[in-house]
Design a protein around this ligand. Structure first.
Ligand code: SF4
Length: 727
């Protein structure tokens, strides 16, 4: 795309100004392309609208090309400080969410037993009455499970649920709860950090998959590019410590395989060496706490437990402390264990030891912007599991779901389905019939995000709030979830009506932005600032002032992780890893993402089991043999793909497939490896330890047909492994 920024602002400004035309009324305010006078809609000429990508929690700025009322292409917003014009595959594919043939087209009610997945239409008025009267019948018992929605919607949900004495949980499987918990222990701050990768000279990553799906992958991918190639005089070095050769590990200068769940121990060994060799910048007053902790760990014991040789540990420590701008980060499999938080505290300690907090190339914390009513504390899986604990909070009550699919992302071993079964009424606001929505009694479908008003407060990276505007007319008889909650508040009356008295969600968003601008620049004319925010796609500062950190927390524990399943009966570690395109399954209903080859194996449209070729030979398994993977909690079958980057004692399966619902592109395809997991939790963060289950494998004697993609001189060739012909 060759769109100059000046042209972009020009065309978007036209659209934004059009949206503000006086006298358009409430309804037309949502129909942005058609508030332009007819004479300004030129067939074949595109308008561009700035908005926010809501396909993951990063919230990248986007611009959408719209022609004749149809969204044609999405690009990264060149001005947005998070992604600076770049976009990932998931963001690009959001058009296939908007135009997905399996979107829910209007309100539905259950027609059959709960969970049968049979629904029939219900008029909006009747659906709203049923929902609100159920809430009124269950004072204090309602539960809302929502994906994190930092911004006006978080404020609306929180206020609504508080006023009706209900509970809201902001939940997402990749919400990095252990990282927040670790940052609280290390720095006294529990929001997500910014890592200044662009200025790092030596990056030591413990499993952080920052080139695929971690935190803000577009932001960190671009910063990593600058670290490697953006400075003529220095190319930053990068070492990835990780059991499996992931996409991120494959990009490193050196990959250091390690036994799963021992990454924190390795960080402790490196920390001990930094102190022993007198290379710390830690203030003298803090040093003794660190020394006391490290004293009980010996390097040879750690080498033995981690499987990383002593010489390698010494080399890592010396490379780290001699670098001009070293940085240690941790995530992915390192944090998805029963000791995830402790591991990340031990990794944070390396940054404290070399004093790279708020230094170029180091770790920084930017307080999220002071946008009103935006807080959305994200919970770990334990908080959801407590719903079926002794309090049985959701039992005989109203369970509501907003774009959360716990029946796919929580393993059956957690028995979370019980929460659905015991609720009096299950209401979903999802635009798609996913596994959890299929258990609903009432579906009140939200607009797709490209049809909606909204905003998104960026966490960590820079002070920024993205402003989302509709770019097309809503395609179906759906309603913005914000309007639904405001409508419900109005029907409820009393305190909730008083607190949420806006006539519609667009007005509420506008008023939040008015407050925001008033507090930043009292007396500034609001309309001009609002139109500018619509033009730009939000508000941000190019660089904020990092929060100063006075707490320097030493590690307090670093034991190897616990695993469910005896080593004798279940000889393999098991690693379910989020797929590059499908993430935790939300991308599975987009054909472009199904068609995106896995970067390490090139498999498309299905699941596979990654096995080291030596292990496969021991078990007599040829490529594409169907193998059964069995844990103490379940079993799955998928074809074998040899992968030498998978160590012999590890079995890896991508997450994302294995949907029992979620539309034609997702349903009945592949397997969900989360089904095998034990209900083990990292206690300090409450996050599910997805890497804590052991498995065994069995031959089935049958063949599978994984589809792999080759780049040949003639272009792209799709074939089933084993050469049985074109797929
Ligand atoms: S990282 Fe990708 S999916 Fe997430 S907000 Fe950015 S473009 Fe969208």
């Amino acid at each position: 795309m060759d769109l100059k920024r000046r042209d972009f602002l020009k065309v978007v400004g036209l659209g934004a100004a059009g949206s503000m035309l006086p006298g358009c009324g409430g309804e037309t305010a949502k129909l942005i392309p058609y508030v332009l006078p007819d004479e300004e809609i030129v067939p074949g000429v595109a308008n561009w609208y700035a908005s926010v990508c809501r396909e993951c929690e990063a919230g990248c700025g986007i611009i959408v090309r719209v022609m004749e009322g149809r969204a044609r292409k999405i690009e990264g917003n060149p001005d947005h400080p998070l992604n600076r014009g770049k976009l990932c595959a998931l963001g690009q594919a959001s058009l296939q969410g908007l135009y997905n043939p399996d979107r829910i087209r209007g309100p539905l009610q259950r027609d059959g037993e709960r969970g049968e997945g049979r629904f029939k239409p219900i008029p909006w008025e009747e659906a709203m009455s049923r929902w609100v009267s159920a809430l009124q019948k269950h004072p204090g018992g309602a539960v809302l499970i929502s994906r994190p929605v930092p911004g006006t919607l978080a404020g609306l949900f929180s206020t609504f649920m508080k006023e009706i004495s209900g509970t809201v949980f902001f939940y997402e499987p990749s919400a990095e709860r252990p990282l927040r918990a670790a940052n609280r222990k290390s720095f006294g701050i529990d929001f997500l950090p910014d890592y200044d990768l662009a200025n790092t000279t030596y990056l030591l990553s413990f499993g952080a998959p920052f080139l695929s799906h971690w935190l803000s992958p577009v932001h960190f991918g671009a910063a990593y590019g600058r670290m490697r190639q953006g400075r003529p005089e220095v190319r930053g070095r990068f070492v990835q410590v990780e059991p499996r050769l992931s996409l991120t590990a494959a990009s490193a200068d050196r990959w250091v395989p390690i036994r799963p769940g021992t990454e924190g121990l390795l960080a402790v060994a490196i920390g001990r060496l930094i102190l022993e060799e007198g290379r710390t910048n830690l203030p003298r007053g803090d040093r003794s706490r660190f020394e006391k902790f490290y004293a009980s760990f010996s390097i040879d014991r750690i080498a033995n437990e981690t499987g990383v040789a002593e010489e390698e540990i010494v080399r890592l420590a010396r490379e780290f402390y001699t670098a001009a701008s070293p940085l240690a980060i941790g995530g992915g499999i390192a944090s998805e264990q029963t000791n995830g938080t402790d591991t990340l505290v031990a990794i944070n300690a390396l940054n404290l030891l070399v004093g790279n907090i708020n230094r170029p190339g180091g770790i920084r914390f930017f307080r999220p912007s002071d946008f009103p009513a935006s807080s959305a504390e994200v919970v770990g899986e334990q908080a959801l599991l407590d719903l079926k604990g002794p309090s049985k909070k959701a039992s005989r009550s109203v369970l509501m779901l907003y774009q959360a699919n716990p029946l796919y992302t929580l393993p059956p071993s957690t028995q979370f389905r019980q929460v659905f079964e015991e609720a009096d009424l299950v209401v979903s606001f999802s635009p798609f019939l996913d596994e959890s929505t299929a258990m609903a009694d009432l579906i009140l479908p939200d607009h797709f995000f490209l049809e909606s008003w909204g905003d998104h407060v960026t966490e960590g990276i820079a002070p920024a709030a993205g402003l989302a505007q509709p770019v097309v007319i809503p395609r179906y008889d759906t309603r913005p979830v914000g309007d639904l909650f405001l409508g419900a508040a109005n029907r409820f009356g009393g305190g909730v009506k008083e607190r949420l008295s806006w006539t519609d969600y667009r007005t509420m968003v506008r008023e939040q932005w008015r407050d925001f601008f008033d507090r930043r620049q009292p007396g500034q004319p609001f309309e001009a600032a609002w139109v500018e925010a619509l033009q730009k796609g939000g508000w941000w500062k190019p660089e904020g002032k990092p929060v100063s950190i006075s707490q320097r927390g030493a590690p307090s524990a670093a034991e190897p992780a616990r695993f469910e399943g005896s080593e004798k009966e279940f000889p393999f570690y098991f690693y379910p890893f989020p797929s590059m395109g499908l993430h935790y399954g939300q991308g599975a209903n987009r054909p472009w993402l199904q068609e995106l080859p896995d970067p390490m194996t090139t498999v498309v449209w299905g699941s596979w089991v990654e096995i080291n070729p030596k292990t496969a030979q021991e078990y007599g398994l040829a490529e594409r043999d169907l193998v059964r993977v069995i844990s103490p909690y379940g079993e799955i079958e998928a074809p074998v793909v040899y992968f030498p980057g998978n160590p012999p004692d590890l079995i890896s399966v991508p997450i994302g497939q294995g949907h029992r619902a979620y539309g034609r592109y997702a349903e009945g395809r592949g397997v969900n490896p989360l089904a095998l997991l034990a209900p083990l939790i990292d206690a300090p963060s409450g996050a599910l330890a997805t890497g804590a289950t052991r498995v065994r494998i069995e031959r089935t004697g049958r063949k599978g047909r994984p589809v792999l993609v080759d780049q040949t001189g003639q272009g792209t060739r799709r074939h089933t492994e084993g050469g049985e012909g074109e797929a």
